[in-house]
Design a protein around this ligand. Sequence first.
Ligand SMILES: Nc1ncnc2c1ncn2[C@@H]1O[C@H](COP(=O)(O)OP(=O)(O)O)[C@@H](O)[C@H]1O
Ligand SMILES: [Mg+2]
Length: 269
Amino acid sequence: MTGAYCRYSLSYFNLFTRFSHLFLMENLLATSPETRPQPLNSPAATPVLRLTNIEKVYQTKTIETVALNQVNLTINRGEFVSIMGPSGCGKSTLLSLMGLLDEPTSGTIEVDGRPVTAYSDRELAGLRNLKIGFVFQSYHLINDLSVVDNVEVPLLYRKGMSGKERRQRALTALDKVGLSARTGHFPGQLSGGQRQRVAIARALAGGPEIILADEPTGNLDSVMGEEIMDLLLALNRQEGVTVVMVTHDEQQALKTERVIRFFDGSQVS
Ligand SMILES: Nc1ncnc2c1ncn2[C@@H]1O[C@H](COP(=O)(O)OP(=O)(O)O)[C@@H](O)[C@H]1O
Ligand SMILES: [Mg+2]
């Protein structure tokens, strides 16, 4: 076994132990055959995600929080939608439900027209890995994995995908975000904007239908934030990826097709 291989193994071990909150559910491997996203020539109003009468209540020992209250929302294929609203109004909760990372207290979530209510954790993990890419405010990269290894992480859960194909997909995704010259760098050697590009490449590598981005420019200065916004817009327009983005930035939101505003767990416009 080569030293490099040992290092990978160790790093992946680190990944599981330190970032289990992010990836644990993904170890339930996708069992369905892999499919690329549909081309964008399908009719504009094909629902890719539909939320019906969604309620999410968080119950702790002392307090019950209604994070989402009777939310009805449809995201169509190819759309770029912004979600706006004050802190604590339920935006991240909404994204975690859309991303099948959490279950609603009541209501129905449909992905590509199919309700996921009855899906097992394993099936949900498979669907999530196949169709959804996540981008977070603080990047959530693994510091001791190189850029290309970070991008490969979600592909490790694709049953039957060879190491060669993983690497090829990661390099293609890095090329799309303009980071071909940084594949061997480590996150600590990159600017915030570059780190977010790596995170976007990681989200793209699996060929998702949907990218869910939770305040993706929240940690960036305005110039880098604009770069990331332009990249997401380009991916939406050129690659046909559906994007749902939480943002506090009105200017960014105005660049997207639709702005959905939340207040206190409810959609207000
Ligand atoms: N895991 C949790 N347990 C208990 N309460 C939570 C949890 N996650 C979020 N909340 C509460 O739900 C509400 C919505 O939170 P969140 O979706 O993170 O809002 P936003 O992203 O709009 O700032 C807040 O009142 C928050 O405190
Ligand atoms: Mg939030």
